[in-house]
Design a protein around this ligand. Structure first.
Ligand code: ZN
Length: 385
């Protein structure tokens, strides 16, 4: 089933951080609320990342038996033209961005499974009621895994390893792309992993792969991601990863440490757990910097506001279909409201002295920016149907 696309509106602080990548989320067994949430997540992630190649996601709304809210399986490539590090796995979304063209024609970049038995809140406003899980927060988190937050680690028979995960480890999940033979290679994420002493876990002179030594590192509770951008974003400290004494396949090492970045911390999106009633719609500066360390070109100034915040121009509803309601302040002082497309062409200009509807029905699909009194809001109209 194809998602139904809608227009929706998000706010943007500054004109400079324009969307630099596009996402295509194909929802299987979804509904209109999931489509709207997906579109919202596409737009936020699209602001942060630069890529000429669309990022293709297949989202399965499926029964995960209530044990996990979401699971992401990234597609991967290594040793592609432009690969910064040899013999190292990159998620295909990043590999494509680095190569500058689509390496995996006909294949999705990631499969995301969202549990259809969870008590979800599908609203886009982050006002998640207690007792419900915020779908947008979890989907934002899962997309980050597909963009690079993957360690390819497991412990089997007491031995810790990188790059020996097979589809059997992930059963009963079935993927839309051929699962690569990982051949014991490290992921680009793993190349930044080190212990308290600064010993890199991919240093095979210290830690054979696989080995008991790696297993004890994985469960040492002292594993860090040490990259130059994330070090700065994390107040000149290495980023502490989640490495509990009991290894949790799929959670350990793929996340920021829960207690270092608790709920309320701007970087809490990439911790392994989310509580009911909790919302975080932005990856936070540390996660963005980690993606930058891995090779992503990022827009660090891509900062969004909640549409509920009072600003000189507000646009409702969110999502919207054929019209948006444009609300402005200072009605006594007439100002011109303009709308431009992403090529900078003026598509609408009118003195806007009152709150009223603006028809967007005939606008071509794409991204638009409404400007009023120096403030802008972004309208995303993605292909209809
Ligand atoms: Zn996760």
């Amino acid at each position: 089933m194809k998602k139904l696309f809608t227009i929706f509106v998000i706010a943007l602080n500054c004109y400079g951080g324009m969307g630099q990548s596009t996402f295509q989320i194909d929802v299987v067994n979804g509904n209109a609320e999931i489509d709207a949430a997906s579109t919202y997540c596409e737009a936020i992630w699209g602001e942060y990342l630069n890529s000429n190649v669309p990022i293709k996601i297949k989202l399965y709304y499926a029964n995960l038996s209530g044990s996990t809210l979401g699971i992401t399986i990234p597609n991967g490539r290594r040793d592609f033209p432009g690969a910064p590090i040899d013999s190292t796995w990159y998620p295909t979304s990043l590999a494509n961005a680095l190569a500058g063209y689509e390496l995996n024609v006909g294949e999705d970049d990631m499969n995301i499974f969202m549990d259809n038995s969870a008590n979800w809140y599908f609203g886009l406003d982050g006002n998640t009621p207690s007792g419900k899980y915020d779908f947008v927060s979890v989907l934002m988190h899962e997309i980050a895994h597909g963009l690079g937050f993957m360690a390819l680690t497991k412990i089997e028979g007491g031995q810790g390893s990188f790059g020996y995960i097979t589809p059997i480890d992930l059963a009963p999940l079935i993927f839309s792309f051929p699962f690569p033979n990982l051949e014991g290679k490290y992921s680009v994420y793993a190349t930044f992993m080190e212990n308290l002493s600064g010993n890199h876990l991919d240093d095979t002179s210290l830690y054979q792969n696989p080995s008991n030594a790696l297993a004890s590192q994985f469960t040492s509770n002292q594993i860090y991601f040490n990259g130059s951008f994330s070090y700065v974003a994390n107040n000149n400290q290495r980023v502490r990863l989640f490495a509990p004494s009991t290894f949790e396949f799929g959670s350990s090492l793929h996340h920021l440490n829960e207690s270092s970045y608790p709920a309320g911390n701007p970087n809490s999106m990439m911790t392994p757990y989310i509580a009911a009633g909790e919302s975080h719609h932005h990856p936070g500066p540390v996660a963005i910097a980690m993606l930058q360390d891995m090779g992503w070109s990022v827009n660090t100034d891509a900062s969004f506001e909640d549409v509920s915040e009072i600003q000189p121009v507000q646009v409702f509803p969110n999502p919207a279909s054929t019209f948006v309601f444009v609300q402005t302040i200072n009605h006594h002082n007439e100002e011109i409201l303009t709308v431009m497309d992403m090529q900078g062409r003026l598509v609408f200009a009118e003195k806007w002295a009152t709150d009223k509807y603006l028809s967007v029905e005939n606008w071509p699909d794409g991204v638009y920016v409404i400007n009023y009194k120096g403030y802008s809001r972004k309208i995303l109209k993605i292909a209809s149907k």
